[in-house]
Ligand binder design. Structure first.
Ligand code: BGC
Length: 580
């Protein structure tokens, strides 16, 4: 598939479907109220996921162990010690199931199998076991809106109108003129309807024609997908990253869109996304993961247009998706302290205390090194974006290679790279999916064979081995942030306190624990030196203790003050303080 730039942006912003039905905001409990107020949805204090760091792995590009140029599950197992040392709590594996790869695994042909190119079920079991030993949880990507057109379910479904699985997919008679039943457009371009010559009906696909939508109105399909979840939980998964959740249902009246190419974007049309029935499915799924021993979760691909819509994705009683990704933050690509302040204050103030999920990079997004970098100050800028994501309250996602400052593969390095059996189609998300850079050798320690996507030339200098040996490297910057997140109570569970920096280029906030101890974060988001005069502290005594971390390193020498700071261009500074 060659997604268009528009298709790709649509995708990143899509899955939007925060348009789930309006949920009344639970009232804040008042201690001595005459009438008991509705309880605020709470997350258990010991919930492992509410402040976790979840590391996304695109297995095809992480570590190849059999020389075929495609990463595999054994490769992930081999790198668990690395991930443990880095300090991640969980990994999310993008699809590794049998698939014709029209959309690189997001077209699943067998939900409970492992594609031979990634290994075997025994390899999965070993990965789950070894991860558990190290205290790392593994999330499986559940592509629940659609399967591959090569899935046996679809083959049966399309075999005849009377096949028992006919209703597992969304079939429709043609319009009176013989054309598609509606004028709706798919997210990847073109009509959402594909004609089936044999049974003389159209089937519906919000993504590619090779990705027919599953019909969640069918009790049989529902049972089968819930069984898929139970299968992976039984095999050691700690939950699921749910793909494209907003699209489970369509308007049963199938209205034509009078303004199909205008109005709301194609991924946010009221007839194709966010239909209320979706909430009941997500509640069922939450109940399934809740039953798994050890606390399994749902991480949602839940882009929304507003923070209010994002709140709804958690479920009115916080009983749907545990961790809906915050695309309002994740889609930002411009360093602007005012915009970030607004977004972060909202995520902390308007989600009823539920944990926000911050991230920038993914297999669908440009890498943050590239999207925020200006070509000159990328290293400092990457330290700002990582310091922000990893010091905020809530859960943080990382994308493989982010910790060494991997960039998108430059266009000229991809230009003439041949298609073939390992890469049947070019995809404009290829640049952010290039092989992990482990060493400076040929193949970057990713594979001994010809890799499915080119290894970036930058790997000769930007690689794990080099950075492990350099205490000032990006790797060590990330490892230290992850360590502080774990060991400093304020960064782990502390409240978020917005501060004023008195300077539009400087973002300032603090995390404060129950004792009043904490960490102040200052980020200069400009290419000029800046001063900040910090205000907005809650009342109470407070003494600066030390500069915990600083970029550039010289900044640490500037001393710790809680009221004023001089910051170098693109500086990041973490100042610890005591509440006495
Ligand atoms: C995934 C994409 C995929 C699409 C269709 C998205 O949400 O993240 O990579 O192309 O779903 O499955």
């Amino acid at each position: 598939m060659k997604t268009s730039r528009i298709g790709r942006l649509a995708l990143a912003a899509a899955l939007a479907l925060g348009a789930f039905p309006a949920a009344a905001r639970p009232a804040v409990a008042k201690p001595a109220a005459a009438k008991p107020a509705a309880a605020k949805p709470a997350v258990r204090a010991d919930a492992w996921w509410k402040n976790a760091v979840i590391y996304e792995i695109y297995p095809r590009s992480f570590q190849d162990t059999n020389g075929d140029g495609i990463g595999d599950l054994k490769g992930v197992t081999q790198r668990l010690d690395y991930l443990k040392k880095l300090g991640v709590d969980a990994i999310w594996l993008t699809p590794f199931f049998p698939s014709p790869n029209a959309d690189f695994g997001y077209d699943v042909a067998d939900y409970t199998g492992v594609a031979p190119e990634y290994g075997t079920m025994a390899d999965w079991d070993e990965l789950a076991r070894e991860a558990r030993k190290r205290g790392i949880r593994v999330l499986v990507d559940l592509v629940l809106n659609h399967s591959s057109d090569e899935h046996p379910w679809f083959k049966e479904s399309r075999s005849s109108r009377t096949n028992p699985k006919r209703d597992w997919y969304v079939w429709h008679d043609p319009a009176p003129d013989g054309g598609p039943p509606t004028n709706w457009q798919s997210i990847f371009g073109g009509s959402t309807w594909a004609w089936d010559e044999k049974t003389k009906q159209y089937y519906y696909h919000i993504f590619l024609p090779q990705q027919p939508d599953l019909n969640w109105n069918s009790p049989g399909l529902k049972r089968a997908m819930y069984d898929v979840m139970r299968f992976w939980l039984k095999h050691g998964a700690s939950g699921f990253r749910l793909d494209a959740t907003p699209y489970l249902f369509e308007d049963p009246n199938w209205p034509n869109d009078p303004d199909v190419k205008g109005g709301r974007p194609v991924w946010l049309k009221p007839y194709n996304s966010g239909l209320p029935k979706g909430n009941a499915i997500l509640r069922d799924m939450r109940a399934i993961v809740n039953k798994a021993p050890g606390g399994a979760i749902l991480l949602g691909e839940s882009s929304t247009a507003t923070i209010e819509d994002l709140r709804k994705v958690y479920g009115k009683n916080a009983d749907e998706i545990n961790l809906p990704m915050d695309f309002l933050y994740g889609n930002l690509t411009k360093l602007d302290a005012r915009v970030f302040k607004q977004q972060i204050d909202d995520a902390h103030g308007k989600l009823d205390g539920l944990p926000p999920v911050f991230f920038f990079s993914s297999h669908d997004h440009s890498r943050q090194w590239t999207s925020f970098g200006d070509g000159v100050n990328n290293d400092r800028i990457a330290r700002i974006t990582s310091a922000m994501t990893l010091t905020l309250r809530g859960t943080a996602l990382m994308y493989y290679g982010e910790e060494i400052g991997m960039a998108d593969l430059p266009a000229q390095e991809l230009k003439d790279f041949p298609l073939g059996p390992k890469r049947r189609v070019a995809d404009n998300r290829d640049p952010e999916r290039s092989p992990m850079q482990w060493t400076g050798e040929t193949g970057a320690g990713f594979s001994n064979g010809a890799s499915w996507l080119p290894v970036a030339k930058a790997a000769s200098t930007v690689n794990v081995a080099a950075q492990l040996a350099d205490s000032g490297s990006m790797y060590h910057w990330y490892a230290r942030l992850l360590e502080l997140r774990k060991t400093v109570p304020a960064l782990r569970d502390g409240a978020y306190v917005p501060l004023e920096s008195g300077n539009p280029a400087v973002l300032a906030y603090a995390r404060v624990d129950a004792q009043g101890d904490g960490v102040m974060v200052l980020l200069n988001m400009s290419d000029a030196a800046q001063t900040a005069t910090i205000s907005g502290w809650p009342t109470g005594p407070r003494t600066a203790a030390a500069v915990f971390m600083a970029s550039p390193a010289a900044s640490a020498v500037a001393g710790a003050s809680l009221s004023a700071a001089s910051l170098e261009p693109y500086a990041a500074r973490l100042v610890s303080f005591r509440g006495r």
